[in-house]
Ligand binder design. Structure first.
Ligand code: JFZ
Length: 577
């Protein structure tokens, strides 16, 4: 009889999740035969992520599997890889034990298509990693592509070699999928988690079998959210996607350092270090984990640009790790313009990336601050502080005197020790620097009862705006009245279509601002894949007359839908004029 994967007490689940919630930062490793072509096939550059080259270049199995005969990563050194993770401050390591191409990095009796039996190298790299992870106290976890297997006649995804109508996925599970899960969970000691991926059309029953197979071998091994059907121990976000606000429950964002997972010769779009640190802080402030990828070369070397960047993140963590490891989400549910808040017990960590000139203001903190100091200051010299309350708008205000020189170039952390559980105003607040950020995600939609409805897109956009009559409203507490420049951000795919020309009407109280959306600038969105961009359009100015809670409403008085897209709303920004 199969055990029920979902029936657990909160207490036992908390125990199983403990290491993972402590960790917050892990290393993803995408490594396999695809590292050999490096994104190039028969002299041609193949667009897209490197580990998909078999599919993207339409390579038949008979040709692709020959790569195994060349796979000889003589420079592979498990100790060095684990040291890179360790130096980065990462606490777990998730490696592709078998990716979609079906090739296993471990010794397998279920399929000879593995590193020991099919390559001149002949050594089990997973066994070596397991040994080194154990020594370094890093949790070893395995990515396993449970549904797609482009090498097995009954695995999914390879329509070039196999006819999907003649495939029997249950047979694949019996012959390869489930036996290999058992192998990776019995051959290498305790495993932290199995990271399933692309469940596609897998059935609930099949998903449960894959999960039960894990728990049967190692009851404490976690399963990620891509097992399918909302099962698994936590939620997996889309690749590189960071949610626009705090998310309840356990979750993780898998992310790339450049634009590929598996090594590519030509992918120089490396994320800068400051962006990586900010993403880590942002994710933890929303309650999640950051799983950051490296794609080693076919020789077994982690690319230099990855190593240098990770080392710098690690240097930051050496000083500021308290704000990350074991930390929980911000008590304020919305993003802040100056940085992000994380918490631990009765401590708040203000992770500040916009370091102010001398005083720093935090709105909305309800607790009394007993002590404030810089995390980088070993002597914990108290910072001068003042707490006041503006009863007219029901707002608590904390001001801190900060040194002129910021302790860190990128993100500097201030610790607040408070009385009681951290508690903050849960309304959307104007930032102390005056900016008002209205994420589409935080807007209330009001639509006519009949006709096409607006939809919420992946990670926070409002889409399907193809008819007029809809309204999106934000309720925001304004502290400083005044005149603001209004920007609207709409989303586009880098190489996709975008439509402008929509007539917008923004109202605050009785003050309306009518304008047309036109492209002025394209900006990277740090919370999304590189192929998703924000198109910025300045709408003009609007004046807010008095402090207090206001409704800000956006309407479209005319939408352009020639290409069938309409405005994909990402955010509205009010910037003090
Ligand atoms: C999958 C894989 O296909 C890819 O090769 C890589 O391993 C990555 C980590 O995972 O790709 C996905 C899966 C899910 C989403 C996007 C890409 N998603 O939910 O947005």
């Amino acid at each position: 009889m199969a055990k029920r994967p979902t029936k657990r007490t909160q207490q036992s689940q908390d125990r199983r999740m403990k290491w993972w919630r402590e960790a917050r930062f892990g290393m993803f490793i995408h490594w396999g035969l695809y590292a050999l072509p490096e994104g190039i096939w028969k002299g041609k550059e193949i667009p897209g992520i490197g580990e998909w080259i078999q599919k993207r270049a339409n390579i038949p199995v008979s040709e692709y599997e020959k790569l195994a005969e060349q796979f000889n990563p003589v420079k592979f050194n498990a100790k060095e890889w684990v040291q890179v993770a360790k130096d980065a401050g990462m606490k777990y390591l998730t490696i592709t034990s078998k990716h979609h191409d079906g090739f296993a990095l471990f010794k397998s009796d279920a399929s000879p298509y593995n590193i020991v039996d099919a390559t001149p190298y002949g050594k089990d790299v997973i066994a070596e990693l397991a040994k080194e992870c154990q020594k370094a106290d890093i949790k070893l976890c395995f990515y396993y592509s449970q549904k797609q297997d482009w090498h097995h006649p009954n695995g999914s995804g390879n329509t070039l070699d196999f006819d999907p109508n003649k495939q029997n996925f249950n047979q694949y599970m019996r012959e390869k999928g489930l036996p290999q899960i058992k192998e990776i969970l019995t051959q290498y000691g305790p495993i932290g988690m199995i990271w399933y991926d692309t469940p596609q059309d897998i059935t609930t029953a099949q998903t449960k079998k894959f999960i039960t197979a894990v728990y049967d071998s190692q009851p404490n091994c976690l399963v990620n959210g891509r097992a399918g059907h909302g099962l698994g121990d936590y939620q997996s976000m889309g690749d590189n996607l960071i949610p626009p606000a705090r998310v309840e429950g356990d979750w993780e964002t898998p992310a790339t350092l450049n634009d590929t997972w598996g090594f590519k010769k030509n992918d120089p779009n490396w994320k800068p270090v400051d962006g990586l640190i900010k993403r880590l802080v942002d994710i933890v402030s929303k309650g999640g984990n950051y799983l950051l990828n490296v794609g080693p070369t076919a020789e077994g070397v982690i690319p230099k640009p990855s190593v240098t960047r990770l080392k710098k993140v690690g240097d930051w963590l050496k000083i500021n790790g308290d704000a990350i490891y074991g930390a929980s989400a911000s008590p304020h549910p919305y993003e802040l313009s100056w940085g992000a808040i994380t918490t631990k017990g009765r401590k708040l960590y203000l992770n500040i990336w916009d370091w102010p000139k001398s005083t720093f203001t935090l709105y909305g903190l309800k607790n009394k601050v007993r002590k404030a100091y810089l995390l980088a200051d070993k002597t914990r010299t108290p910072l001068e502080k003042q707490q006041t309350r503006d009863t007219s708008i029901d707002l608590d205000i904390l001001t801190l005197k900060l040194p002129r020189k910021k302790p860190d170039k990128v993100v500097s952390v201030v610790v607040l020790e408070v009385t009681g559980e951290p508690e903050m105003d849960a309304t959307l607040l104007q930032n102390a620097d005056g900016r008002i950020q209205l994420e589409a995600h935080n807007g209330q939609i009001k639509s006519p009862k009949t006709g096409a409805q607006l939809t919420r897109g992946r990670f926070g956009t409002i889409e399907n705006w193809l008819t007029t009559g809809h309204r999106v409203t934000w309720t925001v507490k304004v502290v400083t009245p005044g005149t603001y420049n209004v920007a609207v951000l709409t989303q586009t795919e880098r190489n996709g279509k975008w439509e402008g020309g929509h007539k917008t009407k923004l109202t605050i109280g009785r003050a309306p601002l009518s304008a047309t959306i036109k492209e002025q600038e394209r900006r990277d969105n740090p919370k999304a894949n590189a192929d998703l961009l924000d198109v910025v359009s300045m709408l003009g100015q609007i004046t807010i007359n008095k402090p207090g809670t206001h409704d800000i409403t956006l309407r479209m008085e005319k939408v352009i839908k020639t290409k069938g897209i309409g405005p994909k709303l990402r955010a509205i920004q009010l910037i003090p004029a």
